[in-house]
Design a protein around this ligand. Sequence first.
Ligand SMILES: [Zn+2]
Length: 507
Amino acid sequence: MLRYFLYVRKSSEDDDHQMLSIDAQLTELRTRAEEHGLTVVNTFTECQSAKEPGRPVFNNMLQRIEAGDADAILCWKLDRLARNFDEGGRIIGMLQRGTIQLIRTHDRVYVPSDNVLMIAVEFGMANQYVRDLAVNIQRGIREKLRRGIFCGKAPLGYVNEPKLRTIEPHPKDFKKVKKLLEEFARGEHSPTSFQRALASKGLVGSRSGKPLPLSSIGHLLHNPFYYGAFLHKGELHQGSHIPMITKATYDAIQRALVEVGRPRHKRGGKGFLFTSFATCAGCGYAITAERHTKKSGLRFAYYRCSRKNRKIICPERSYVREEKFTNDVVDAMSLVSLPDEWREKFLAKLETWEEEAAHSRKQAMERIKAGLDALKKKLGRLNEAFVDGGLDVQEFKELKNPLIAQKAAGEQKLAAIERRHTSWLEPVREWIIEANQAGKWVSEGNFPEMKTFLKKAGSNRLLGSQTLTVTFKKPWNSLAETNLVARSATAKTLRNSDWWSLGDSNP
Ligand SMILES: [Zn+2]
């Protein structure tokens, strides 16, 4: 028959106040002892927390069990016995060794064969385990911060290195994001055009597969990670990762964000649409804007060269009225705009090009495959001849080796054709859509988008002789030239042939 020690405990701690009082525990347990006919050889009462080791009554009880005075414990709940690793572990150890043969609580019994983890959970050690884990994670985070490693998901263009737990440049995306950030810093993008540019390069939401939402774009453009620092709980840390852009580029992005962040159609700052946009044709200084009030009381906005030097006087001292300036902007835009009609025609043409390319690829592949089949048959016949004894080893080798070389060459060619896609088609398609979008911005009167567009498509924007001139980059220049020809032409047929010649010259 088992000899029981009865143990009751209650502390004054907050999380213990739901527990039955010591008297209530004693009454309940004595009733159960009677019901089950248990032999209780001693009762231990303690008013102390079990979260920290070092309870005298509890220690005394365990010593007496070790000495063989009892072999079972009766208590209200397992967490009465221990709530820390040391003492919980000690009880589990005694139970597993059989020194304690049974622990009975008000609702169940624990025996040496019970699952240790389950007992640990019952001891309330799970909570402690979670707390310790949290402390360890915090320690890990502090250590990472000390080493300059950002804790979290790698920003776009980077990857989390799973083994070293560092953040490394993405093998492909790093360069793409870098290029676009630099474009943004030069004022060539609005957040929406940046969003489109990312999506066109396949940089989309990892789960959704859709373009990144503008909120993420905003976060990305503000993220100091790209210049080599990072934020942790509002505090800026020096990172040890490879920066994507310089701090100067980052600062330029922040300035560009302020510039484009102003509400559309509203005039922000001093109320001018085209500040930090053009340069003076005479001296290369920035074109600035200012307002004048005429004697009549009418107010006019002007654009002018910002050079102020009494000794060197800029030859371009004239002022250009804002109306004239915005007209020039619209004019430049329409030079690189593609009408809807031609957008559809070009896109259809691209599709036929794509089909033609696919067709010729298929034909080439079939030709090579037929050649390979013939080679294989020849090789098969050679092998047969050799096996039949019609050829000696030397003859066999001389005949076979050139065929093997031909076969390898054919297989490589086939693989190359399979890999080769019509890679030039995609950029042309993007360009057609962008050129068509340019026309839409003109018809919507969306000046902020026109401004970013011209900054991107034009290599420079010069104001000279009261006129804004945009020199277009490739491939916009050929579109601008075609538009100029089309403007001067009167007959519609002539226009059409001009458009098509643009299409032919493009690829
Ligand atoms: Zn000037």
